[in-house]
Design a protein around this ligand. Sequence first.
Ligand code: GLP
Length: 264
Amino acid sequence: MEVLILPTREKADLLAARIIANYLRRKPHLVLGLATGRTMERLYHLLGDMHAKAGLDFSLCRTFNLDEYIGMPPESQYSYRYYMNHHLFSRINIDPRNTHLPNGMAYDLDAACTKYEDEMVECGGIDLQLLGIGSDGHIGFNEPLSALRSRTRQKALTPETITQNAALCGGEQNMPKRALTMGVGTILDAKRCLMLVTGETKAKILAQAVEGPITSMVTASALQLHPHCRIIVDEEAAEHLQGKDYYRWMFRSEPEWAEHHDLL
Ligand code: GLP
């Protein structure tokens, strides 16, 4: 695991966008795993700008989202399909047929989950999985006690997650209680993971995930098992990290990061 500490939220977002753009330029057929949430909105905005101003080309890119609410129609403004269309897909030159989200409206939800896993395999697996972190430490919607080898499946949301996400759903009355989500095992199968975490509200849970024990109580801690996982954070989110001096030193001294030192 590598933790990259950037001075501000804006610079953290920009580094994440640059890393994604570099992967895409090197491999136009990139299979990109996508996340939702407020943190990702800013990142998607930057990717939209890179497409508009620098010609970043998504025409061959395939995407798979981490999760989708159960029973939320794709045309609803609160669905993750709507979120993705609005914040990213409509702003870049991606072929909509290459964009995938779990089907939370399926009659047979378990079959939809199996199909989703099969589609990822058919595409050769996820090259780069983008991740945020929930306030209870979840990745995707892998709430506490999610098996660390779990696959795409139905998951009940915690009251904490329901409260957190209700603001994006126009209040708790619209907020689904269940979702389909890639499992922790599905996420760990991605060739590379890139997590973006900003703001002081995430500082304590981030420290638990990165430096605490690997536990299904904080499913982001399973990323410690991943051989290629990078976590980009701003100073606020880094507040409780014990190893932050080492992480800063690494960003300043590893040659790989030299081209991004303008962000320091
Ligand atoms: C939702 C998503 C997660 C995401 C989280 C963080 O719960 N299922 O994948 O990481 O939101 O959201 P925010 O960036 O708004 O804090």
